[in-house]
Design a protein around this ligand. Structure first.
Ligand code: GUN
Ligand code: ZN
Length: 440
């Protein structure tokens, strides 16, 4: 396998950055080098030191003056919603009934599933996202199509078939037994194959009967190493309906607790309107609240209180995500730009170092995958992006007045999108430029 030496301004986080002046939170090399071999980073540091470790004649790619960062991680997306992104005029439950469920019913056709899986991975790579945690449709074939595409392109993804057996059209329903059987078959087929991870995925309490929730809990007990993902407390009408369906529960979070679905590998999409009791339960169980700012604004769902969850006496673990297609952009730069504004509406400011920590190391830690992804540490997978802070005339002009790394990152977050992503390496191989050459 080829060895590649990358040169550029390398940036990788070590821990949460407390402020723009917290220089101990990250490793930055103005003239940095990364040596990639067999899909891994085998050396990192100052370019001269790394180059000295490379064999003679190594292929060197000079990305100066651009930044080299770990690939972005998106902790919550819906693959079958690509063609309903930007659908007008509805809050969550109407949006699901009007747009989402009819759209997801198309995925009983595996040819459609394969086409969308390919286009989804294209969009991920174009936007610099190298790992997603994905919901596929209720149909087993949609998961097979997504894993097959990710596997072909050697991406580390986490994905699952939504389990849903009520309160939606028949075309997108399974049963407690078929949901369980299909999930088990998909785990056997895909979990641990290459870089693929299966996620147990009861859609949310509204679309799963108590019998199906029992089955999801049984799967979580049978496969304790697997992640679990679902939706929690996104919208007031959703919360009220959920309470009607599970009248015995203390609150929405209690339902997932009751069925054994909480824990350090559980990702709870949205988690906006949580009481102190619920936030304590998330904290005690180590479950992760997933911040989906573009979606929460687009659907009018509410303002996720990032700083409250982070700094309360019992902190809640947080991941960040696009939630495409309730979310409105594949870019984690656009996502954190909107995130910044949501946090501002809660009276706080998220410093730009913390934003970039969140979508790299922070999300990797939230997924308990930081030994593999989310940094440029030696021994981890070589998922790397090249960011150009002068990708547009607006950015170029603003760059003329930028003096610090934190200012540059804030500019990238506020003004950047897929155009700022010059190249993407997936397991050490160039993926964005390779894709462009196929299209042209
Ligand atoms: N709750 C249950 N399903 C969904 C979904 O597909 N998108 C969002 N935003 N919320 C949900
Ligand atoms: Zn979602």
């Amino acid at each position: 396998m080829t060895t590649t030496l990358l040169r550029g301004r390398t940036l990788s986080f070590i821990r949460w950055p407390d402020s723009v002046d917290d220089h101990g939170a990250y490793a930055y090399e103005e003239d940095g080098g990364l040596l990639l071999k067999d899909g891994r980073i085998v050396a990192a540091g100052a370019y001269a030191d790394v180059a000295a470790q490379a064999e003679a004649g190594v292929q060197t790619i000079d990305h100066r003056p651009h930044l080299l960062l770990p690939g972005f991680i998106d902790a919550h997306v819906h693959v079958p919603q690509m063609q309903i992104i930007a659908s007008y005029g509805a809050e969550l439950l109407d949006w699901l009934n009007t747009y989402t469920f009819p759209e997801e019913s198309k995925f009983n056709n595996s040819q459609h599933g394969r086409r969308i899986a390919r286009l989804f991975v294209d969009e991920m790579v174009r936007h610099g996202t190298t790992t997603v945690v994905a919901y596929c449709s209720v149909h087993k074939e949609s998961v097979q199509a997504f894993f097959a595409e990710a596997h072909d392109r050697n991406l580390l993804v986490l994905a699952g078939k939504v389990m849903m057996d009520r309160n939606a059209p028949a075309a997108v329903l399974d049963t407690p037994q078929s949901g369980y059987d299909d999930t088990k078959a998909l785990i056997a087929e895909w979990h641990g194959r290459g870089r693929q991870h299966y996620v147990i995925t009861p859609r949310f309490a509204i679309t799963s009967s108590p019998e199906q929730m029992e089955m999801a809990g049984a799967l979580a007990r049978e496969f304790p190493d697997l992640h679990v993902q679902t939706h929690l407390s996104e919208n007031h009408a959703e919360i009220a309906f959920t309470q009607q369906l599970y009248p015995w529960s203390k609150d929405y979070t209690d339902i997932y607790a009751h069925y054994g679905l909480l824990g350090r590998r559980t990702l709870l999409g949205h988690s906006i309107h949580l009481s102190e009791r619920e936030a304590d339960v998330l904290s005690d169980s180590g479950s992760v609240a997933v911040f989906c700012p573009t979606s929460n604004l687009f659907l009018g769902s509410g303002l996720f209180d990032y700083q409250r969850y982070r700094t309360r006496e019992k902190p809640v673990r947080i991941a960040a995500a696009s939630d495409v297609g309730g979310g409105t952009n594949y870019s984690m730069l656009r996502t954190m730009d909107e995130g910044y504004k949501v946090i501002a509406l809660n009276g706080e400011k998220l410093n730009p170092l913390a934003s970039f920590w969140q979508v790299t190391l922070g999300n990797a830690q939230a997924l308990s995958l930081d030994d593999r992804i989310g940094t440029l540490d030696v021994g981890t997978d070589a998922d790397i992006i090249v960011l150009d802070s002068g990708a547009t005339p607006t950015m170029q002009l603003r760059m003329e007045t930028v003096e610090t790394l934190a200012e540059e990152l804030f500019l990238l977050q506020t003004l950047g999108d897929d155009r700022a992503v010059r190249e993407v390496y997936v397991a050490g191989r160039p993926a964005k430029s390779a894709m462009a050459s196929i299209l042209s």
